[in-house]
Design a protein around this ligand. Structure first.
Ligand code: TYC
Length: 102
């Protein structure tokens, strides 16, 4: 875009500066009651981790209090949180799952 001296330099900058989509990490929180096997199942089923990765993430949450399950666009992250919470409540577990800006 040529500069016509009427502000088109600003227009050019705005045209070229394409914002990346904001990304959100889905985080599982530790608690004293949810079975380790349930958390591993959640990480495999909803986040497509294999058994080994799911087990490592679960143990990290168990020891450190929280852990990242994956990074997604806002809508996908929100859906993951809802699916995890629905599965946990259905199974009677207090598991907490949140999303936050990555
Ligand atoms: N702390 C739980 C237990 O000892 C296991 C657990 C791990 C729970 C990760 C929640 O997000 C969690 N049974």
């Amino acid at each position: 875009v040529p500069d016509d001296g009427q502000g088109s330099v600003v227009a050019e900058r705005q045209l070229q500066r394409v914002e990346p989509p904001p990304v959100y990490q889905v985080v599982l929180l530790n608690d004293d009651y949810t079975p380790m096997e349930f958390v591993v199942m959640v990480l495999q089923h909803f986040f497509r981790h294999d058994l080994e990765a799911a087990t490592q993430i679960m143990l990290k949450i168990h020891h450190e209090g929280r852990g990242v399950c994956g990074v997604f666009t806002r809508d996908v992250a929100a859906t993951k949180v809802e699916m995890v919470l629905a599965a946990a409540r259905r199974a009677g577990h207090p598991l907490q799952c949140i999303m936050e800006v990555a």
